[in-house]
Write a protein that binds this ligand. Sequence first.
Ligand SMILES: [Zn+2]
Length: 344
Amino acid sequence: MGPFAISRRKKSEKNRFIFKNVLNFSLLVLFLTLECGAKCHWGFWAHKRINRLAVFRLPVEMQVFYKKYTDYLSENAVNPDKRRYAVVGEAERHFIDLDVYGDSAFAVLPKYWQAAVQKIGEDSLRKHGIVPWHVQIAASQLTAAFREKNTSRILRISVDLGHYIADAHVPLHTTRNYNGQLTGQDGIHGFWESRLPELFAEDYDMWLGPAVYRKDIARDIWKVVEDSHAAMDSVLLFEQQLTEIFKADKKYSFELRNNVLTRMHSREFSEKYHHMLAGQVEKRMRASVQMVGDIWYTSWVNAGQPDLATLINSGVDETEPNTEAAEPQSWLQRLLNVRAESDN
Ligand SMILES: [Zn+2]
């Protein structure tokens, strides 16, 4: 074989190598896009709506600032979900597997983070989700941001806090059977929190009164996860009952989503299930909006009600480091470590 042939072979190997890597990368991007595009929790639509509606519950002194940034608060409401693959310590902020702690989870688990770390250990807590503690932490971070009058931090933490509070209201965010995978009901997570609100939430009554001060955030957020957990049985049971009486070929239909033909729960199945739940999704969504507005308001009151009118024109500094988020992780770590919990 002459030198020309060798160099040709080398060139074709090099091309093959590049092609293989480009293909791998494209598949990875496609995988992540489909994972998040087709099934993200409290669906993207609902998270955006919850943050937007919460603004309207605020007192005038806060609305003067928050109304200017309503689009920001709504558009970025899904940031914490997007970060789940990029940031160590993000994924566990969205859920708590209460069933891991047995029937007396609420008696076993301390209300406050430090006491919980001492009793259970931080690694174990993080493994099974920390949403009720993280909401408390984020609320005090918001109070600190108000005291500093730091516009970027106020907005960023308000966005994230709205997201975590909303997630705590979702029944399937309180169980290790988060996607029905232990009961042969795979896909129920996205069905409840994405498909149903997208189909029916336009008709929900979201008219809520003004925000109220919460004097015990810890108690209230624990009550939220307790209520979510209590609702979990019917979420699973009704789907099971309906599946038994429904013709198999009528349970699902195919719809175009982001130009991808995707298998979804059919409209007929969704309507029947939604009816059986008797307003459950609406109640959890209303309670989310209520608490998001209340905790934003409470954090502001706890900071001494600073004058937000002076911050209206300061804008968001996107270059400022996000100190509330943990360190970025490599793409390999992301794929290996992040539990699929909230992708559904
Ligand atoms: Zn989430």
